[in-house]
Ligand binder design. Structure first.
Ligand SMILES: *[C@@H]1O[C@H](CO)[C@@H](O)[C@H](O)[C@H]1NC(C)=O
Ligand SMILES: *[C@@H]1O[C@H](CO)[C@@H](O)[C@H](O)[C@H]1NC(C)=O
Ligand SMILES: *[C@@H]1O[C@H](CO)[C@@H](O)[C@H](O)[C@H]1NC(C)=O
Length: 333
């Protein structure tokens, strides 16, 4: 019996539940998005991420990194940071020029967008695997594997031609290899350590219920909002007693400004069947004490009363003061 919640959790989190699932991100990657509007106008955005948490930005004008967390540098020395910024500055600047120069050679047509992602991931057992992928116009273009350039099938002849070209630039390939296979793994371990308190924090969700837009005559949409939790894995389900309501639909995870998450789960029911339903929330921060909210009139009536009384309490005195002021003003006249 004691194991039941664990079994449930295991069924809920894809890939099974292990201690590791609650220990935050395990990979780092940088993203490059370059938009080429015409022969003279191009823009590049760069950023650094621990899974879905952004920890670096890139100031294109000054060619410097923006560290979004106090621990974003990991254990890199100022010297190493400068060196890396120099590499990215030269690369990003050179990249735009090279692409613009080769537009006709590669039979490209403005406008187009190039995206790149590169980084490394810590696997169970401690192995660190690096990756690099490029996309053109939202389609896979190439990837790097074992220090060679692999054209993507979607990239066609153009990608093959690009890979042949890039392999002639030994200096660039060596730098990329060093960044991927040496710098990234070292940095990943150190930044996970430096940000540990932040990345492995546990923040409890708050949950509340509301009704959504009516899905049809005599039907209700029950909405269960769960907000402010961290880390991201969470389980939200509409229940009747111990019975999971399989019609429960989960929305997308939305980020809150403070780095926590918001999620809603909705259920459409006939109006007469809403009472007795509960929304149940499981999260690692709750230590097994699930949040259970009951759908019932008490909440909505309470809210309505609150919604009427509070404005009255504020509005009536204001009205009284206004009248009194007006009165005394007229008296003076
Ligand atoms: C190039 O694109 C930019 C941004 O869309 C635009 O402001 C500019 O006028 C364009 N220049 C030419 C020569 O078309
Ligand atoms: C990677 O390259 C090395 C040296 O060229 C080779 O020995 C090794 O088998 C390659 N590994 C894979 C997975 O292709
Ligand atoms: C930074 O951390 C990595 C990984 O833990 C380690 O290999 C490296 O020696 C550290 N560098 C410094 C300067 O402490």
């Amino acid at each position: 019996m004691l194991h039941l919640p664990l079994v449930l959790l295991a069924a809920l989190f894809p890939g099974g539940v292990s201690q590791d699932d609650f220990q935050g991100p395990t990979s780092f990657h940088v993203i490059q998005i370059s938009s080429f509007a015409n022969s003279t106008w191009a823009k590049t955005q760069g950023s650094g991420w621990l899974e879905d948490l952004q920890i670096h930005g890139w100031n294109f004008d000054s060619g410097t990194a923006i560290f979004l967390k106090p621990w974003s540098k990991g254990n890199l020395t100022d010297e190493e940071v400068k060196e890396l910024e120099e590499i990215f500055r030269v690369y990003l600047f050179g990249f735009i020029g090279e692409v613009q120069e080769r537009v006709s050679e590669f039979q490209m047509e403005y406008p187009f967008e190039i995206q790149g992602i590169a980084g490394c991931e810590l696997h169970s057992g401690g192995a660190i695997v690096s990756f690099l992928r490029g996309a053109l116009g939202g389609m896979d273009f190439l990837s790097a594997s074992n220090n060679s350039c692999v054209p993507a099938p979607e990239g066609g002849k153009r990608a093959q031609k690009f890979c042949t070209l890039i392999l002639q630039y030994k200096g660039i390939c060596d730098t990329v290899e060093k960044l991927l296979l040496e710098t990234c793994p070292k940095y990943l371990l150190s930044v996970l350590e430096a940000g540990k308190a932040d990345l492995q924090r546990q923040v409890k969700p708050e949950a509340w219920l509301s009704s959504g837009p009516s899905p049809g005559p005599d039907h209700l949409q029950l909405v269960c909002h769960v907000s402010g939790f961290y880390p991201k894995p969470v389980w939200v389900m509409w229940m009747r007693g111990e019975q999971e309501q399989l019609g429960t639909q989960r929305g997308d995870f939305l980020p809150n400004a403070d780095g926590t998450w918001y999620l809603r789960a909705t259920l459409n029911v006939a109006a007469g069947e809403a009472s007795g339903l509960t929304c149940r929330v499981k999260h690692s921060s709750l230590g097994g004490q699930d949040i259970i909210l009951q759908w019932g009139h008490s909440i909505s009536i309470g809210l309505i009363i609150l919604a009427i009384i509070v404005p009255c309490l504020i509005f009536l005195p204001c009205l009284a003061i206004w009248f009194w002021r007006r009165w005394s003003y007229q008296d003076i006249q």
